[in-house]
Design a protein around this ligand. Structure first.
Ligand code: HEM
Length: 504
């Protein structure tokens, strides 16, 4: 056996062991006692000002130090928030990593916090205690006036003209990577993660790490990929200071690597007139003539790459998972994709062609409802405030959660059923409340990459279905609650084994 072959066998064995350990850990954690009052007494979050008439938010801390974090993350946030609501009512607090966090999980309260009309809620403080050291000065971690200024500049990198240019670069990278997969059994999640990183490397940085060969990316970009993973995972580390071998430590090392990596690239992109995202950020100028400094560009591209990479991977994974489980939808989506004509032209989607893939659009919307990649958004009250008649004191962190709203039986018919038609004209269940459906967030921080993300996901699924029929052998992992790992952004617990069968 060659050294390379034995190396890849060792990696495969390690990956398989890690996967089994992850599934076993989740099975054990789901049996942890909870929710309250199994372990600790309920207490008020704070006493409302006398005469205010505001209600008290009740809750309890849970396990020492980590609070209810393990139950929340391992047992899936959905049954967890259902249990907390059943115990304490619509607004409650829970212990999480030494903090008392309120769970904002109704359409009305989400709307109030995300719209943030009175400026009582901070995204900077809400996210900083979770991922601040790894993504500081990223746009989501800014409040006004800095957020307003930077968003106006960044918007210039997401104009329609720019999007068309990104889209034109997408199709060839995607097609070459999918062709390199071949057919047969594979784990879709790691493949998709690699694919979306390759897309980001090309479209965002104008780099082809493999020299256009279609082979998986080289060692440098793999280290960058690992650095992003470490930065994202660090946010849910139990030890939240720089101690060797911890998630936190790896996240800090990852951040240092990313800063060096992107700073090295800046001079060339400042000079370039290319159509990649990094160059666009280097030249972006708001209507008031404001531009980004080098530090701004580095901070923003690190955040953008992270924001784009994981979310698209998760969305594509969940779509494939649902299509494998619902072959009738798979056929329907494929028919529209095949109608785009023979490759290579039929592989390439412009914005008009994407608009014609209506079944894929319905499926994507439903996948984003059931598995929203950013299922909890961080905010913090920066002033004493009122929420749905409750008193929330300044300094309270909030988890703005889409899962309980996306499964609210008052808003959705049979919410646990995969039913893309619920988004079709005539039903439009997503219109029952302005904040009944918000996979891309809302208010000032609403996803700036929403259109690009959807184009990317649709291009990948379109090209895959044109080539292959997809089946999933993992029939034992059947429900959203049992099949996904929610310990940071959601990912399929079993890495999503699928079989690709070529279409003759
Ligand atoms: C299907 C894919 C995606 C989903 C589901 C998604 C979801 C979200 C959500 C929920 C937020 C709001 C976070 C908050 O308010 O705290 C957000 C913000 C953001 N997203 Fe996305 N995203 C996706 C793709 C992308 C892509 C492709 C990019 C970049 C090209 C991107 C860049 C951003 C940025 C920069 C923000 C922060 C905006 C701000 O604070 O002003 N996202 N995203």
């Amino acid at each position: 056996m060659t050294e390379q072959a034995s190396g890849s066998t060792a990696t495969a064995v390690r990956t398989s062991l890690e996967r089994s350990a992850r599934i076993a850990l989740h099975r054990v954690a789901k049996r942890l006692p909870g929710p309250p009052p199994a372990l600790s007494r309920s207490r008020p979050l704070a006493t409302p000002p006398p005469g205010s008439g505001l209600k008290v938010v009740m809750g309890d801390y849970g396990y020492p130090v980590i609070g209810w974090a393990a139950n929340w993350m391992y047992a899936s946030p959905l049954p967890w928030s259902d249990a907390v609501r059943d115990t304490y009512g619509p607004l409650a607090w829970s212990g999480m990593f030494t903090k008392r966090v309120i769970n904002v999980g109704t359409a009305d309260t989400v709307q109030q916090v995300l719209i943030n009309r009175e400026g009582h809620w901070s995204s900077e403080h809400g996210w900083s205690w979770i991922i601040g050291p790894f993504f500081h000065r990223g746009i989501m971690l800014l409040d006004d006036p800095d957020h307003h200024r930077d968003r106006r500049i960044m918007q210039q990198a997401f104009t329609r003209r720019r999007l068309e240019a990104y889209l034109a670069r997408l199709a060839p990278v995607t097609a070459s990577r999918i062709d390199a997969w071949g057919s047969g059994r594979l784990h879709a999640y790691p493949r998709l993660k690699q694919l979306t990183l390759d897309v980001a490397t090309d479209v965002f940085l104008d780099e082809r790490p493999d020299g256009g060969s279609g082979r998986p990316s080289g060692p440098t970009i793999n280290r960058v990929n690992q650095a992003f993973i470490d930065c994202v995972r660090a946010g849910t580390g139990v030890i939240r200071t720089d101690v060797p071998l911890t998630r936190w430590h790896r996240g800090l090392q990852g951040r240092a690597l990313l800063e060096d990596y992107f700073r090295d690239k800046l001079p060339a992109h400042r000079r370039s007139d290319g159509d990649d995202l990094l160059t666009a950020l280097c030249h972006a100028e708001s209507e008031d003539g404001e531009r980004f400094s080098d530090d701004d560009v580095v901070n923003h591209i690190i955040f953008l790459m992270m924001a784009a990479h994981d979310t698209s991977t998760i969305t594509t994974s969940s779509i494939l998972w649902f299509l494998a489980k619902h072959p009738e939808w798979q056929e329907r989506v494929r028919e529209e994709s095949l109608a785009m004509g023979a490759a290579p032209d039929g592989d390439v989607l412009d914005m008009r062609a994407i608009g014609q893939l209506t079944s894929l659009d319905l499926v994507m919307k439903e996948a984003l409802r059931m598995v929203p990649p950013v299922f909890a958004m961080g905010r913090m009250a920066v002033q004493d405030t009122e929420l749905d008649g409750y008193f929330v004191p300044a300094g309270t962190p909030a988890s703005v959660s889409s899962l309980p709203v996306h499964y609210d039986p008052e808003l959705w018919t049979d919410p646990h059923t995969f039913d893309p038609e619920r988004f079709a004209e005539g039903r439009r269940e997503d219109k029952r409340h302005p904040y009944g459906y918000f996979p891309f967030g809302g208010g000032a921080h609403k996803c700036i990459g929403m259109h690009f993300g959807q184009m990317e996901v649709k291009t990948i699924v379109h090209q895959l279905l044109r080539r292959h029929r997809i089946t999933a052998p993992a029939a034992d992992l059947t429900s959203v609650a049992t099949s996904w790992d929610w310990t940071s952004l959601p990912k399929p617990l079993d890495d999503l084994p699928i079989v690709l069968e070529p279409i003759s």
